[in-house]
Design a binder for this molecule. Structure first.
Ligand SMILES: Cc1ncc(COP(=O)(O)O)c(C=O)c1O
Length: 389
């Protein structure tokens, strides 16, 4: 085996990496598995998107290289939607970057903004692409532990000045995976102000902007004054339209910031399949008709999960957004041990908080990716494990 690099060796284990194999082993043992691991719902995409993709598959023009430009009507649909949804105007050709899923863009962006000696502040627990992009750029990770004390918000006052002085990028994600926390507008105003003062790139991951309940409407970072000077926002079709495997998302930012990402991407990919972008137009155009029904399904699941986990003696609050419950464990119980017992003894797959980094210890995450009945069953089984540990 030829030698690998230091940057490869510093990558932490990927939290979801071992689950598919463990799940297969359990099923082979005849266990009735309830998988609440990945944020990957069992629900169908908008029918219009499915039909559009079938049609696109028969069009050879859409099967050619998309390059960075991609399918222009997709850019235009994104631009119209950003205006309609957030009242923010972006030029389709220069201020939007189509992505092969938002993860790809989040990770690749780091190559353009981080280098050795630089620091990226990222939330821990948090989405692994933030650390991935940072470490693969040979920059340093400053993991900020999201804890109840700050309502799971990153408080820059807690970060040492020496670290802040070297910080080039701040990754934020609200509504948050995995904690389901949301960010008040005043908080975002303060963050934008501080990023402008220090010329820090604010990477705002808005993958869950459309997955909110009880009348809560998540904002775009661009609703905050001054954000265009320092922020880039990532969006995805994955959660909003149940299109995780389709790999389709976008970045939106000033022309200057977008051109950095476009430049990096032009050397590592040749654009998403234009048939997917064509179907993406259909998905985005079905936003108004598709979203309410889909959210109702998630809300029913959330409500079922919250009451069932409460009944099973866990302390949970009803989240205003995302498809996750971030459930605290009693002091002294390790999250990895708990989720391991839950999987081995009861066949329920959940993610230990520690899989998202040390800052996630003391919690575990479940996703609303199955029916209310199965969620209730999972909670009952989790309650049995809790009583034993
Ligand atoms: C916080 C967060 N950001 C980004 C993504 C990536 O989404 P995509 O499927 O668009 O790559 C996810 C997916 O789980 C996520 O949870």
């Amino acid at each position: 085996m030829p030698r690998t690099t230091t940057r490869l060796n510093v990558l932490p284990p990927y939290p979801l990496a071992h689950i598919p194999q463990k799940k297969r082993d359990l099923i082979a043992r005849g266990v009735d598995v309830i998988d609440l691991g990945a944020g990957d719902a069992d629900l169908p995409p908008p029918p219009a998107a499915v039909e559009a993709l079938a049609k696109a598959a028969r069009d050879p023009a859409l099967g050619r290289y998309g390059f960075g430009l991609g399918y222009v009507p997709f850019r235009e649909a994104i631009s119209r939607w950003m205006d309609r949804r957030f009242k923010q105007r972006f030029d389709p050709l220069t201020e939007i970057v189509p992505l092969i899923g938002s993860k790809e863009g989040i990770a690749h962006l780091a190559f353009g903004f981080l280098q050795p000696g630089d620091v990226a502040i990222l939330p821990e627990p948090g989405y692994m692409a933030y650390a991935g992009g940072t470490l693969l750029s040979d920059a340093e990770v400053y993991a900020y532990a999201l804890r109840p004390r700050t309502n799971f918000l990153v408080d820059l006052d807690d970060v040492p000045k020496e670290v802040l002085d070297r910080t080039r990028v701040l990754f934020l994600n609200y509504p948050n995976n995995p904690t389901a926390a949301i960010a008040p507008r005043e908080y975002l105003e303060d963050i934008v102000r501080r990023c402008r003062e220090r010329d820090i790139l604010l990477v705002y991951d808005n993958a869950y902007s459309e997955m909110a309940f009880d009348g809560y409407v998540p904002p775009s970072i661009f609703e905050i004054e001054g954000a265009r000077d320092v922020a880039v926002e990532f969006h995805s079709l994955s959660k909003t339209y149940n299109m995780t495997g389709w790999r389709c998302g976008w970045a939106v930012a000033s022309k200057a910031i977008c051109s950095v990402l476009t430049r990096v991407k032009s050397f590592v990919d040749t654009g998403a399949y234009m048939g997917i972008q064509y179907a993406g137009v259909a998905a985005i155009e079905s936003w108004e008709s598709f979203l309410p029904g889909n959210l109702k399904t998630f809300q029913e699941r959330r409500d079922a999960a919250v009451s069932a986990f409460l009944e099973a003696d866990f302390e949970v609050e009803s989240p205003k957004a995302t498809m996750y419950l971030w459930i605290p464990l009693p002091e002294g119980i390790s999250s990895a041990q708990f989720t391991d017992r839950l999987m081995q003894d009861e066949g329920v797959i959940a993610l230990p908080g520690s899989a998202f980094g040390a800052g996630g210890e003391g919690f575990f995450r479940i996703s609303f990716i199955t029916s209310p009945d199965r969620l209730r069953e999972a909670a009952m089984r989790a309650g049995r494990v809790l009583a034993k540990v």
